[in-house]
Write a protein that binds this ligand. Sequence first.
Ligand SMILES: [Zn+2]
Length: 78
Amino acid sequence: MRLDYVCSQCGSGIDEIFVQELDEIAFGFDCLNDAERQELLTFDPDSNTLTVKTLCDYCIAEMKLDLSAPTAKVHWLH
Ligand SMILES: [Zn+2]
């Protein structure tokens, strides 16, 4: 089967992996709860593709910028 990693933020394709069998532990999917699975993993039996929603480097960098903004504000107030 094919694993298709897609950025959930901007929708760009990140990576593509082909596996004989899906090892949920190796991919870290065993750590996800049912709600996260439904949200992050989409399996298409026709193409035998599991789409995995994740974040690309660009969006992670953007988020870090967002996260650092409130901290900067706090510093400003003090
Ligand atoms: Zn992205």
